[in-house]
Design a protein. Structure first.
Length: 169
């Protein structure tokens, strides 16, 4: 019998294991489960504000600043298509326009007609904007389908070898 099997012999041990994987994520990171759930709720609420008459793909985001403030965002499309702003960038630009430039994490949800069936990963442009303001090693990106189905990534994982302000130094 392996040590791992032994660890799950009691319900307490199993609960502890679940707590660890839920709060630390795959790469051993630390985000409070309650806070992740709060961010998922906020991002899902944003789906209701999404303006997506062309793609019908609704996206919501909740950005957590280091000062503890949340900035939410939705995608905002345009008849000329290219002026479209993604949910993530809406959240970032709201924060930066209010003088807030330090961030801990963002949660993103999205799906056709606002129905969440899988992860809506940030597009390349949004990853580049994150790279401008966030430390790629520590900034957390929560991709969620529901409060029971989500994954946490660092910006570095989603944007390896990304170009950022440090490259100009
Ligand atoms: O990172 C992304 C990628 C796409 N979208 C939006 C833009 C557009 O309105 C729709 C389809 O691409 O999804 C976002 O909000 N965030
Ligand atoms: Zn984007």
């Amino acid at each position: 019998m392996t040590t791992k099997t032994k660890a799950f012999e009691t319900k307490d041990a199993l609960d502890l294991y679940k707590k660890i994987i839920y709060t630390e994520g795959k790469a051993g990171r630390r985000m409070d489960k309650k806070q992740i759930e709060e961010m998922i709720d906020l991002a899902i609420k944003q789906l209701g504000y999404s303006y997506a008459p062309y793609s019908h793909f609704h996206v919501g985001a909740a950005l957590l600043a280091k000062n503890g403030t949340y900035y939410t965002g939705c995608n905002i499309e345009n008849a000329a298509y290219t002026p479209t702003n993604c949910a993530e960038r809406t959240a970032f630009f709201k924060a930066v326009s209010e003088g807030v430039k330090e961030f801990q994490a963002i949660c993103v949800v999205g799906g056709r007609d606002g129905v969440l069936t899988g992860y809506a990963a940030p597009c390349g442009v949004c990853r580049q904007v994150m790279m401008e303001f966030c430390d790629p090693e520590t900034f957390q990106i929560i991709l969620a389908v529901s409060k029971d189905k989500y994954d946490v990534f660092t910006l570095r994982e989603l944007f390896p070898l990304g170009f950022g302000p440090a490259d100009l130094a």
